[in-house]
Design a protein around this ligand. Structure first.
Ligand SMILES: C[S@@+](CC[C@H](N)C(=O)[O-])C[C@H]1O[C@@H](n2cnc3c(N)ncnc32)[C@H](O)[C@@H]1O
Length: 203
């Protein structure tokens, strides 16, 4: 899909994201994952700021998204939670930071949208400090035959209408990078994963 069209798709969903009342489970996942978020934090594809309630007050956040409407909602959320956030309106796939810029890199529900998720994984591995943490909450293809078949059938329609794929194999993608997975929790027939990783193999 052309990027401008994908941005417009997310712009149109921004109010929905801002008003979204997530289930308790998803909030608990965010809380659990972000306990480890500290220092200089990069949040990829921040959306309307659904993670902001779970950051500690003293952290310094750089938040990126390519949707102006999402960013405007996220700015409101940051001020509501009194967080120190620098916002960057950009396609994360085109953005560059210096190597070892961040103590923590966070992504929740964003790798489903990227044209080249592997490239973004390589980037975050470089951008994270060697002792830093990469914290991911991502969804993708189920290990259950029936569920994955439904996902494959619906994927083209879902991508066209909401801009994200439902068939990504996140753990498989991560295994092709230099990230070292410390811990994984998988839920909902393995369609949802909480992943704690570090840059560099063998850590
Ligand atoms: C499914 S939403 C998730 C939002 C948020 N991370 C959350 O947990 O609720 C995906 C977000 O990724 C953003 N996005 C998708 N592709 C992007 C890209 N290539 N660069 C920057 N932002 C992107 C969209 O604008 C949207 O805000």
């Amino acid at each position: 899909m052309e990027k401008g069209r994908q941005v417009r798709l997310f712009d149109r969903q921004a109010r929905q994201y801002e008003n979204r009342r997530e289930g308790k489970t998803q909030q608990q996942w965010r809380k659990k994952l972000l306990k480890q978020a500290d220092g200089e934090i990069l949040e990829l594809s921040v959306g309307a700021g659904a993670n902001f309630p779970f950051y500690r007050p003293h952290v310094k956040i750089t938040a990126v998204d390519f949707s102006p409407e999402m960013l405007s909602k996220a700015k409101r959320a940051a001020s509501h939670h009194s967080l120190n956030v620098d916002f960057i309106l950009s396609d994360i796939e085109e953005l560059e930071f210096q190597d070892h810029s961040f103590d923590t890199i966070v992504s929740t529900l964003s790798f489903c949208s990227y044209e080249n998720p592997l490239r973004v994984l390589h980037k975050i591995s470089r951008w994270c400090k060697p002792e830093g943490n990469i914290l991911l909450m991502e969804h993708g293809i189920s290990s259950n035959f029936v569920a994955s078949t439904v996902q494959k059938v619906l994927d083209p329609l879902l991508f066209r209408t909401i801009g994200c794929h439902h068939t990504r194999d996140m753990l498989g993608l991560i295994s092709q990078t230099e990230l070292s997975v410390q811990r994984v929790e998988s839920y909902w027939l393995n369609t949802a994963h909480l992943i704690w990783a570090k840059p560099g193999k063998g850590k």
